[in-house]
Design a protein around this ligand. Structure first.
Ligand code: COA
Length: 173
């Protein structure tokens, strides 16, 4: 059963396989995520931002983050599921988890993708295509106003050995 964790420090060791696989597939955004985390350009750590990882047993199998784009708009980024873990519902599970987080802070979430598979995935998950804005290919309306109710607190958990000592926070929504 996959488990979703909110990641508060870049999991260098755990992410290595995903990094290599994504580059073999021609996706450069996991590498960019690593570089931006290291440089401090984007650690998904501003207010109402978050980065999540899905772990199956002791392996990281998927990643996704959400950045604040404007007052009521979040941007979904760095969404990647390992090849071996695809078409098993993990991407959908992770997406619903991120959207549940987003609904507490934003009224809509946007993203940009450039593959037919991702287009199908997001449309099945309830996103609409947005043809008019260059850096947005899909969007979803969450609600008229953000749900400002605070979520349950996220207990810190002991960093697993395979995480390279990175601290994780258990996701709870
Ligand atoms: C797109 C991606 C995130 C989907 O993840 P996933 O875990 O396979 O998704 P799910 O198993 O939850 O799929 C849910 C539904 O989405 C649709 N879907 C998913 N992948 C699809 C594909 N390759 N082609 C067509 N439809 C697809 C299907 O309707 C699927 O349901 P089904 O398997 O019962 O037919 C994954 O393939 C991936 O990481 N791809 C490479 C990176 C990428 O494109 N990321 C998005 C960048 S914005």
């Amino acid at each position: 059963m996959p488990a979703i964790f909110q990641i508060s420090d870049w999991p260098s060791a755990a992410v290595q396989e995903i990094l290599a696989e994504s580059e073999r597939e021609g996706f450069c955004f996991v590498r960019r995520a690593a570089e931006e985390w290291t440089s401090g350009a984007n650690r998904f750590s501003k207010e109402d931002e978050a980065f999540f990882g899905v772990f199956e047993r002791d392996r990281l199998v998927a990643l996704a983050g959400i950045n604040r784009e404007s007052e009521h708009r979040g941007r979904l980024r760095r969404f990647y599921v390992r090849r071996e873990a695809r078409r098993m519902g993990i991407g959908g599970q992770l997406l619903r988890h991120v959207l549940a987080f987003a609904a507490r802070h934003y009224t809509e979430v946007v993203l940009r993708c450039d593959t037919g598979a991702a287009d199908s995935f997001y449309c099945v998950q309830g996103f609409s295509r947005a043809d008019s804005e260059g850096n947005i290919t899909h969007w979803i309306q969450l609600r008229e106003t953000p749900n400002q109710l605070p979520g349950p607190t996220s207990p810190s958990v002991t960093p697993p050995a395979w995480a390279g000592g990175a601290p994780f926070v258990a996701a709870d929504h």
